[in-house]
Design a protein around this ligand. Structure first.
Ligand SMILES: [Cu+2]
Length: 317
């Protein structure tokens, strides 16, 4: 089993020292550039092709990670070769929907800045018309805004970190009306593929999430479905902590299932038993979604890949 990982953004930027009530805090400017790509991707482990619309060619788009208080200096490029207008809507931003989030025509570029004032985990997506279609075809991802307080007893440092983005797959990519009406929904995508990490139900699947027994695995999850909530549950396990919207202040403990609204993102921690190898199946417990592909195997074994879920290897590819 060979896993490849997509690295998160390198958070470059200009550090500016700010004097805050006697203490010194560092606020960075983080440059983030994305290119809207209308491209063909594989939507399952068999290699079925789909005319996707994406940020940078992948579903989900890259993980943006900053610290509370950082300024995001964002650029969206919509190449001339594209047919559609695209846009960017960061749920972590408080701006003007008609200005910053407005559409960018093919051949144009948009530039805007915002300050990530609130800690959490937030969806981003294209909001160009028809928005349901732009999301269903793949234009979404996650921005993680780490709390400026850092880790604490309430918000322990994880051993491994993974991103899971769930979306709805409509094979008729041109029928936006059907998408809005939830007609023709044929699959649940996890990080862009049905049964992406589920060799149990799909013999063509060769990837899983991995950890060592007893490790704290932190899942950053976004419900990028256009219509359906997600009953997020780790089979054979319990969420040790759920941070609603990814904010350490919004903590729930010892949860079986948490219902994630459309467009909601959050943090889900699971700690497997330390004394033996185990497996979990992280699912959307709504059967219509699980059986369409929303099942992810997490293997907790002593010989877990030491790089899996470490150092920004959030998305298993
Ligand atoms: Cu778009």
């Amino acid at each position: 089993m060979k896993n490849k990982f997509v690295k998160s953004l390198t958070l470059g930027g200009v550090a500016a020292a700010l004097m805050l009530s006697g203490s010194i805090a560092l606020a960075k400017t983080v440059h983030v550039k994305m290119i809207a790509k209308e491209t063909t991707i594989e939507i399952d482990n068999k290699g079925t092709k789909y005319p996707a619309w994406t940020f940078d060619g992948a579903i989900p788009g890259k993980v943006v990670r900053v610290k509370e208080g950082d300024v995001i200096d964002f650029e969206l490029v919509n190449p001339k070769s594209n047919k559609e207008s695209h846009s960017m809507d960061f749920h972590a931003a408080e701006v003007d929907v008609l200005d910053e989030f407005g559409p960018v025509k093919p051949g144009n570029t948009k530039h805007f800045k915002f300050t990530a004032k609130r800690a959490g985990v937030w969806m981003y997506h294209c909001g160009a018309s028809v928005m349901a279609q732009h999301i269903a075809r793949g234009m979404y991802g996650l921005i993680i805004v780490d709390p400026k307080e850092g880790y604490s007893d309430k918000f322990p440092k994880p051993d491994r970190e993974y991103v899971l983005a769930q979306g709805q797959y409509f094979p008729d990519a041109d029928d936006a009306k059907a998408m809005i009406a939830n007609k023709g929904w044929a699959g649940s995508l996890i990080n862009g593929k049905m049964f992406n990490y589920d060799p149990v139900h799909d013999p063509d699947s060769s990837l899983v999430l991995q950890s060592k027994p007893g490790e704290r695995v932190r899942i950053y999850f976004v419900n990028a479905n256009i219509n359906e909530p997600v009953a997020f549950h780790p089979i054979a396990g319990i969420w040790d902590k759920v941070y609603i919207n990814g904010n350490p202040e919004n903590v729930l403990e010892d949860m079986a299932t948490y219902n994630v609204a459309v467009s909601e993102a959050g943090i889900f921690d699971i700690v497997s038993p330390a004394d033996k190898p185990t497996n979990n199946a992280i699912v959307d417990h709504a059967m219509q979604a699980a059986l369409r592909g929303a099942i992810t195997v997490l293997m907790n074994k002593p010989d877990a890949d030491p790089k899996a879920g470490k150092n920004g290897n959030y998305i298993v590819r």
